[in-house]
Design a protein around this ligand. Sequence first.
Ligand code: AMP
Ligand code: ZN
Length: 467
Amino acid sequence: MQLYNSLGQTKQEFKPVNGNRVEMYTCGPTVYHYAHIGNLRTYIMEDVLEKYLRFAGYDVNRVMNITDVGHLSSDADTGEDKMLAGAKREHKGVLEIADFYTKAFFEDCKKLNIKYPDVVEPATHCIPEFIEMIEVLLDKGFAYIAGGNVYFDTSKLDSYYVFGKMNEDDLAVGVRDSVEEDENKRNKTDFVLWFTKSKFEDQELKWDSPWGLGYPGWHIECSCISKKHNGEYLDIHCGGIDNAFPHHTNEIAQSESYLGHKWCSFWFHVLHLNDARGKMSKSKGDFLTVSLLENKGYDPLVYRMFCLQSHYRKPLTFTYESLDNTAKAYEKLIKRISALKAEGEADTATADKLLLPFREALDNDLNTSLAITCVYDVLKADADDATKRYVLGEMDKVLSLGLLKGEAEAEDNSDNELSAEIEALIAKRTEARANKDWATADAIRDKLKEMNVVVVDTKDGISWHFA
Ligand code: AMP
Ligand code: ZN
């Protein structure tokens, strides 16, 4: 598989360090508010990547953190903690807020058919691991203490801007926004590993540490949680493009300085979802959620399809008009698939042939829009319905668009219709017997028998089952 790697900024052959095993890490949500559909674009594309790796035969271990502490309102280590701001907004405790929005996040993921990661770890569960990593960084001379906080010393690195020029541009944005520089920092790119002092309203959650009562910086959590659950070598690290700098850059600085060797081979970044005002952003407060789309009558899988129709490395603009187009296309697609007959066996040679272009599309830097074209090509292909259904089922292991759901729903509905008919007959028979209308009661009994239905008189009333 060829995959674009932000490290090197080229498409490269994806190869895990350890044979068939893929160690994958995903920056999880900051849980001070609902995830917006921009965040979820990132998680949808990461889900497709994970599922395609599994489809290609890899054994994937996917780890995700939950940022329930330490992410300040500015990435430059200034401002209020986002969790504390959320708790104040809703007059609740920080952990209560974290718990509520973590659950809400995974509910949204479920609606979008995003698989639950193999490991989910909240940052607040790993304080001893953070402290250990920071102690080693201090011992090795990669960190220093100033003004009560512990800082990472970026001047000790051979190279800091690992993702190239893009990051320097991002840094310039920070400067333009006139982020107040922390005077304790020796270099402007240094960042906080552990806070004991903040000029902003303090954290609600604090822990004892060798440097005093305090709380961790944002970046340390991902380095530690990945080391804890993925081991010392990471094959692929995922996140939205805004996390490339400074968050991922700082993760690399910490992990490689701590471990003493190269840490992660591939960096997979998803470009932003924008709306008319630009990048959709949680901190702006006014954003679109999955529930909002549902309330407007959209199936969440329509949004998934909307995301898959464009490449993850291109920015995507959300409009209701384009979502409406996807909704129509999705409905038609599901209808066409549900018209395929469910009988017969798939022809495996034909199925393999039909799956080939699908694999090629995804092998080429996860070209999901081409993969969707392959779904339509299957419908047009010269193959029997059983083979088409089998191939679509295989494709859906990766796309997770519920391609065969029309069929399941049709079965469900026909089951429901049948049950309703049987129950109506039983009710009529009961009434006929009550009226001593034996002829009608017997006719209904025969009809039910023909339908293979066994009626049982129990002390709680009449029940039935198929013979
Ligand atoms: P957060 O919960 O804000 O920490 O973000 C969770 C994930 O969503 C991170 O990987 C971000 O990079 C990503 N993200 C944030 N905003 C957007 C957006 N507008 N479009 C796509 N991904 C985003
Ligand atoms: Zn992270």
